[in-house]
Design a protein around this ligand. Structure first.
Ligand code: GDP
Ligand code: MN
Length: 399
């Protein structure tokens, strides 16, 4: 689960991370009020969406205007807010459709000397928490890693020792920090590390972490992601969820308790069992197309649940074909067949459908499909199913 910048800053501030003063605004008047209370020469008005690259992004229909605006008066903060709220911001991370801006963060500006990069995440290869820093802050860290890997410094945390201060001091030196900055940086790393472990975070990214003109350190941006499997331990974090930022397909699926993950491919998959679902996605890739989703309808899914799942697949405009792959052990094939037939009638199936059923009540299920008049292609095994759906999708594309 991701949260907004303003939420991440509030959490991290509580752990002792130095962040600028600021508050969230839902209207232009609120933005002016906050700017007035902040005082100072410069105020920054920032679009709150779950995507980075806002500064270099642009609003649809307004190519000159990005998602991070520096203004010099409360009235200008009001104008900037008016220009941003309710509009769609496109960044490298949103894709061309962009994201609607519904909230702004208005914070005190600062005079920047240098922009650094700082993050904490889990390195699955090392099976450790790692800290990543760079003097090339404010930029896309993947680009820095690809083009100038020598500019990236890491420290991995030994789980039996935890964060050790010399690691922070070494990173501080690599970042070109000196004097009191080294102690300040160590405190900041400790704050971030404590937040990371206590809150079961999977990522804390401060980009940029700035050295201000007066030599202090300040987190100008903050991104946090959390391990959803650990959310039950942190009720207060669940409240930070913003459904507006979630994939509408996933939102609908979670309403029915379905294990669904939206992807960018063209073949909708309905499978039972996570392992079989993964295998189905792999084999679609092997055949040269890509899956539109991961979906495990589970063992004891009701007809209602399966119908909902099928509706979600068919409502996705990117879906050019659907592959149903059910190995019925607990799940009954006839129930799946009925749900598929009724969902296809409801939605009006316009794309090729391949059905592969095996296991409990398979004959009854196949008979239902055959008698339904549905234009379904029947497959005998997983390989057969994947090649048939790929062939059907390609034939439709070519016609
Ligand atoms: P992102 O583009 O979504 O990553 O948004 P950021 O919060 O990182 O802001 C983008 C850039 O705006 C930063 O890298 C800074 O260069 C600039 N910026 C943000 N806040 C301030 C500020 O208070 N003063 C100045 N001068 N620049 C700022
Ligand atoms: Mn940033």
């Amino acid at each position: 689960m991701n949260i907004h910048e303003y939420q991440a800053k509030e959490l991290l501030r509580g752990y002792g991370m130095p962040v600028p003063a600021g508050a969230v605004a839902h209207s232009p008047d609120e933005a002016r009020e906050i700017a007035k209370n902040l005082g100072g020469d410069v105020v920054v008005v920032k679009a709150q969406i779950h995507a980075g690259g806002r500064g270099a992004g642009h609003f649809i229909g307004e190519p000159a205007c990005g998602g991070v605006r520096l203004v010099r008066s409360p009235d200008d903060a009001r104008i900037a807010a008016h220009e941003m709220l309710g509009r769609t911001l496109v960044t490298k991370q949103t894709g061309p459709q962009g994201r609607e801006v519904q909230k702004l963060y208005v914070e005190a500006g600062c005079a920047i000397d240098r922009e650094l990069y700082f993050s904490i995440l889990i390195d699955r290869g090392l099976r450790r928490i790692v800290i990543v820093t760079s003097q090339a802050g404010g930029m896309n860290i993947e680009d820095v890693a690809a083009e100038t890997p020598e500019q990236i410094h890491t420290a991995s945390i030994d789980p039996t020792l935890g964060l050790v201060d010399y690691q922070s001091r070494e990173l501080a030196t690599q970042l070109g920090l000196h004097g009191r900055q080294i102690g300040e940086f160590s405190k900041l790393v400790r704050a971030a590390y404590t937040a990371f472990t206590e809150l079961d975070a999977s990522l804390i990214e401060i980009n940029p972490l700035v050295v201000t003109k007066d030599g202090g350190l300040l987190a100008l941006d903050a991104k946090m992601s959390f391990d959803e499997s650990a959310l039950f331990r942190h009720r207060q974090l669940s409240e930070l969820r913003d459904e507006n930022e979630e994939d509408p397909r996933e939102r609908e699926a979670s309403r029915y308790g379905l294990s669904y993950v939206g992807l960018d491919g063209t073949i909708g998959c309905m499978v039972n069992g996570a392992g079989l679902a993964m295998a189905t996605m792999d084999i679609i890739n092997t055949e040269g197309e890509s899956p539109a989703n991961f979906l495990d309808v589970g063992g004891g899914a009701s007809r209602e649940k399966v119908t909902a799942a099928f509706n979600i697949l068919l409502s996705d405009p990117k879906v050019e074909g659907v592959l149903v792959n059910i190995f019925g052990g607990i799940m009954r094939c006839d129930l799946i067949a009925e749900a598929v037939i009724s969902a296809c009638r409801d939605v009006g199936l316009k794309v090729p459908l391949v059905v592969r059923l095996a296991g409990t009540r398979v004959e009854e299920g196949m008979a239902l499909i055959n008698q339904s008049g549905l234009d379904a292609i029947v497959a005998t095994d997983l390989g057969d199913a994947a090649s048939k759906i790929v062939a059907a999708v390609r034939a439709r594309r070519a016609s």
